[in-house]
Write a protein that binds this ligand. Structure first.
Ligand SMILES: O=C(O)C(=O)C[C@]1(C(=O)O)C=C[C@@H](O)C=C1
Length: 183
């Protein structure tokens, strides 16, 4: 079995018509005696970071109206399944030529990674620019006798990111604010 993955969706079970997938759940190296514990479970578990992205875990058979179970990112605190925040659609690539989708998987992945690196470079440059503008605002406010932190404005920013990116957007905004005004 593949050591890199800690969970597998059992396709055979899914094909037999199970209402949701079973996972072979692996906990590598977590036990002191070094044995992997493995179990097959349909139980929902705490999602990992990559599983909390919008759209993750929309598993299960489609309902009669064609909809699916809401993903973990949209279930509210009471677990009633009512979406808490509408999930934004991921932005489409700027142009199909920028991210080719045909050819050898290695070539497609290498090209897409090049594009991701380029985007990350631009994101970092934008964050640095934001930090400079934010520092300017803070210096101006401090010089006028105000405080470095403006909580009402921070709430606006958190809401903006949450509306744009869903719940993980809040975390991203908090990280940005920390970069801009310190802890
Ligand atoms: O908008 C402001 O008043 C700022 O000082 C900028 C900023 C930000 O980086 O967005 C930084 C600190 C404040 O607590 C709120 C927001």
């Amino acid at each position: 079995m593949c050591a890199a993955k800690s969970r597998w969706h059992t396709r055979r079970h899914a094909l037999r018509g199970a209402s949701r997938p079973l996972y072979l759940w692996h906990r590598p190296g977590r036990v002191p005696w070094g044995v992997r514990r493995t179990s097959l479970t349909p139980t929902p578990f705490a999602p990992r970071a990559h599983e909390r992205r919008p759209g993750a875990f929309a598993w299960g058979r489609p309902r009669r109206d064609g909809s699916r179970r809401p993903s973990v990112t949209t279930r509210n605190a009471t677990g009633t399944g009512t979406p808490a925040t509408p999930e934004p659609e991921p932005a489409a690539p700027a142009s199909p030529a920028a991210v080719p989708d045909a050819g050898h998987p290695e070539a497609v992945i290498a090209a897409a990674r090049g594009r991701i690196d380029e985007l990350d470079g631009r994101i970092i440059a934008l964050i640095r620019e934001r930090m400079a503008v934010s520092a300017h605002v803070q210096r101006t406010r401090l010089a006028a006798g105000g405080r470095r932190v403006h909580l009402a404005r921070e709430m606006e920013i958190l809401r903006h990111y949450r509306e744009g990116l869903g719940r993980p957007g809040t975390q991203l905004a908090m990280t940005l604010l920390e970069l801009c005004r310190g802890r």
